[in-house]
Design a protein around this ligand. Structure first.
Ligand SMILES: Nc1nc2c(ncn2[C@@H]2O[C@H](COP(=O)(O)OP(=O)(O)OP(=O)(O)O)[C@@H](O)[C@H]2O)c(=O)[nH]1
Length: 395
């Protein structure tokens, strides 16, 4: 963690070039970049084996008052910390930024904004922050008095909207495990009403806020995060379409495309999602990665627990088969198949092969655009420089 520096334009551009590293399946402490991430703008790494650089990954900010649960959410979702361990997380008393950019499909930053810090603080450049942001998650502690949080939410949303009207505003009404079902609904209604009234009073009713009831003690936090991320993926309709074609041609009941590290699903077919199905998928990913970590790595610890060979079949006692296969370095397909349909595994595997190829093509198109854009900007930079590399003097 570190104090947020004001980033000049140059650094901001460099960050766009950031490349993803190896996936992190441990507790992940080392994957956190401390303050400014080290960027490696090496074109040579931009190959097909690494198709998801930050250009195709959504950037998400996580904000909220002190002790609202931001670090806990990030640790539980992205670093497999058990919810009980978050009790020992230390609070921070200055604005902090943490990046979770190396570990998964989701490129996400946590901005810890303690309540007393205001937007006129010259030590950070909030315009730069909001300009590059896809979604702003604002965490409200539902077990606490939320009036101050609502005031801070209003200030944050209005500031962010002015800089970047395309940001998705996602409000996590958090720690709802401590509330009864009735109380949950009532709290959500009240927060929804007050937040929207504040915006209406400011003449900003066009700002849309989405609300989620979340807790780190169940899967609700993963589900909410899945929805937040899905909204940011421009290829989502294509991914859903491919999943629909795949399941209908393979006799599969349901299929999810999962980000393996975080266990959030970035797409699913158009049949409805139920919580139990989703939880089973999460459990399966845990089992696969845990077994692989324990028994799958080489003796010197080399290799990764999730690679091209990763696949798993689990037969349940209700005639359903869970089938997991690697799609990319970050993504896995998890399917629910009836036992009788699974007899045609050859067909499923063939269709999966086509599906996987199509997914890679979808992202490769994007990568081509990114590469050509980089090439163009490099050409422009070169044009501006004289043959010995010094910048041309202004005319
Ligand atoms: N009951 C419950 N407690 C939670 C939940 N999420 C976080 N907490 C607890 O809330 C406390 C504060 O969590 P943090 O993650 O440190 O909060 P933070 O927003 O990062 O706090 P600062 O670093 O001070 O900004 C911890 O004791 C967590 O265990 C939840 O879903 N339910």
């Amino acid at each position: 963690m570190s104090q947020v520096p004001r980033m000049p334009q140059e650094e901001e551009e460099e960050e766009e070039d950031e490349l993803v590293g190896l996936a992190d399946y441990g507790d992940g402490a080392e994957s956190f970049s401390d303050g400014d991430p080290e960027t490696g703008a090496d074109e040579a790494f931009l190959d097909f084996s690494d198709p998801f650089n930050t250009e195709v990954k959504p950037r998400i900010l996580l904000m909220g008052l002190r002790r609202s649960g931001k670090s806990s959410i990030q640790k539980v979702v992205f670093h497999k910390m058990s919810p009980n361990e978050t009790l020992f997380l230390e609070s921070t008393n200055k604005i902090c930024r943490e990046d979770v950019s190396n570990s998964s499909f989701v490129n996400f930053q946590i901005w810890d904004f303690p309540g007393q810090i205001d937007f006129f603080d010259p030590t950070f450049d909030y315009e730069m922050i909001f300009r590059g942001t896809g979604a702003l998650i604002f965490v409200i502690d539902s077990q606490d008095d939320y009036m101050e949080a609502l005031a801070r939410l209003h200030l944050t949303v209005t500031r962010a909207y002015k800089v970047n009207p395309d940001i998705n505003f996602e409000i996590f009404i958090h720690k709802v495990d401590g509330l009864s079902d009735d109380h949950k609904i009532e709290t959500q209604r009240d927060i929804h009403q007050r937040a929207n009234d504040d915006l209406a009073d400011a003449g900003l009713e066009k700002i849309h806020l989405s609300f989620y009831l979340t807790s780190i003690y169940d899967h609700s936090i993963f589900e909410a995060f899945s929805k937040v991320v899905q909204k940011l993926i421009p290829q989502l309709p294509t991914l859903e379409n491919l999943l629909n074609i795949f399941i209908s041609n393979s006799g599969i009941e349901k299929a999810f495309l999962f980000d393996v590290v975080s266990k959030i699903y970035i797409a699913t077919d158009s049949t409805p999602v139920d919580m139990q199905t989703y939880e089973l998928c999460c459990d399966m990913i845990d089992v696969v990665i845990d077994i692989s970590c324990i028994y799958g790595l080489k003796e010197d610890g080399a290799g990764t627990p999730y690679d091209k060979e990763s696949t798993a079949i689990i037969k349940l006692n209700n005639t359903t088969v869970l089938y997991l296969k690697e799609v990319t370095k970050f993504l896995a397909l998890v399917c629910f198949v009836r036992e009788e349909s699974f007899e045609r595994k050859g067909l499923i595997d063939y269709n999966f092969h086509c599906f996987r190829k199509a997914i890679h093509e979808v992202f490769e198109v994007r990568m081509k655009v990114v590469r050509s854009r980089k090439h163009q900007s490099q050409m422009q930079k070169n044009k501006r420089a004289t043959p010995n590399g010094t910048p041309r003097a202004p005319l």
